[in-house]
Design a protein around this ligand. Sequence first.
Ligand code: XCC
Ligand code: SF4
Length: 626
Amino acid sequence: MYDTIKDKTLPQDGQLLLKKAEADGVETVWARHQAQQPQCGYCEMGASCRICIMGPCRVDPFGQGPQQGVCGADADIIVARNLGRMIAAGAASHSDHGRDLVEVLAGVADGTALGYTIRDEDKLRRLAAEYGVAVDGREALAIAGDLADAMQEDYGTRKKGLALLARAPEARRALWQKLGITPRGIDRETSEMMHRTHMGVDNDWQSILLHALRNALSDGWGGSMIATEVSDILYGTPTPRPTAVNAGVLKKDQVNIIVHGHNPVVSEMILQACLSDEMTALAQAKGAAGINLAGVCCTGNELLMRHGVPMAGNHLMTELILSTGAVDMMIVDYQCIMPSLGTVASCYHTKMVSTSDKARFPHMDHHEFHPDNAAEKAREVVREAVENYLRRGEVYIPVEPVDSLGGFSVEAVVGALGGTPEPLLEAIKAGKIRGAVGIVGCNNPKIKQDYGHVTLTRRLIENDILVVDTGCVAVANAKAGFKLADAIAMAGPGLKEICGALGVPPVLHFGSCVDNVRILVLLSALADALGCDISDLPVAGSAPEWYSEKAAAIGCYFVASGVYTVLGPMPPVTGSMNIVKLLTEGLEDVVGATFAVEPDPEKAALLIRRRIEDKRRALGLPAASV
Ligand code: XCC
Ligand code: SF4
């Protein structure tokens, strides 16, 4: 299925390092993907079920074999249950990440989270007010304690709806209410999804899928939104700052530490330890020029957004980066960490360290971080990394880093616009900016690494569509140069004019995957300013190379919030044409948006441009035919 390295990965560092890894005898994700061929067709279509042990069962999508599982579930029920569980797992992941942050916030309030502090007190006070926590005349720590309690209640079942739903446009909230999909507790919706999909509970595929929307909304307007907001409170709300990306951010003469995973709870402490005089002196004593911290995946995005820490790569670079031989330590927390990494590292001198009580991996040393010991643990592992510098062998860093710009929170965007979203709206109304698209999500070895992201982004900006990106897309796009000062040369004339005036690139780095909620907040502000619903806006979402259950949940909360969303890889739903039809057509009448699936980014760009022009027309704005 892959003829050459160029079929596997687009970026230059990817190609060169994959060549090196293969020469070193390292087995990579692409080799394992190849070894899995042909992948199970029933599973690919979502038409197999192993929910209970009367099974496993499968239904034959071509009508030849059995049409029901042992319990009597047909293809619609089986596909819906599988998809529902996928979304539950994704929602649980991001929302549990949010919970960990709330626990740190509570620990800061009661003095047990040593080394953590409140960096954005304004945001703390604003959030507290949204949660109905008294703020006037109160100390920050007292407010933080009450806010953490109130957020923890959002996870449980003691409320009718999540506090932050109030941020959604009125019309959207009314629609959710009418459909019965207003999310209640965050954990409750996930737990209920697991219950509904147990054998013999919810056997109406439409009802299961409606609950899947509610479950996803509990993540987007609940757990993920809490994760982003509390991260801003604890570590600072991002503002635009220069950074650099690709494997070239590794330094030959410095101790290189890579953080991988998602939650800034660990990586922020590692950063502090790396910046300390004590550790710098230690590194120098070992003959290194200093300590160089870089990120991969979303915990890297978290550090990039707030501190300009460089990014060594995205999901499919996580194995390859080790084959530079220049990584003295990789420190992981959780999510998207391939269990292969310990084995890959053992081909080099790299030390692998796992840090979370809920995420252990083969061939990694486990140093468990908790809010009360994180500062001390961080110094401990950074010291080990420095010691490991002496064990380094030959180093291969084949590229120069690309400059980039990160740190676009909604606050920063509105700030750059002069304090109100009005100028952006004016540009959209005048047609200088046709619309905006959030491109989000992962890499997947089924698609040439970064090709989907970079191609779609290029086509959109050259057609005057503003792009915001998060997660692994943000790294791909930065590597492609879309966030350089002169990137506006790649934009269409209208977008070029606006971005030039504002001094921003045509592609804005919005953060990690939990930060997709920043997009929801921005869209709500635009809809409110226009007096319409999110589904009326000339906007879209896309996940051109998604792989993870989290991405499935994100796609669903985008669509349930009214955002048309184009997926690259097909989700496992083709076993039920009823469900395919609902997701790609029927949902339009339910929530005002649908999914589309289009693995070719050139065609995906056309779908999105058409959608945006249709929405412009419906709003009475000048529209073009695509
Ligand atoms: Fe993971 Fe967040 Fe996907 Fe990248 S984009 S592969 S989920 S690191 Ni979140
Ligand atoms: Fe088979 Fe039904 Fe059990 Fe699924 S729940 S494994 S379809 S018997």
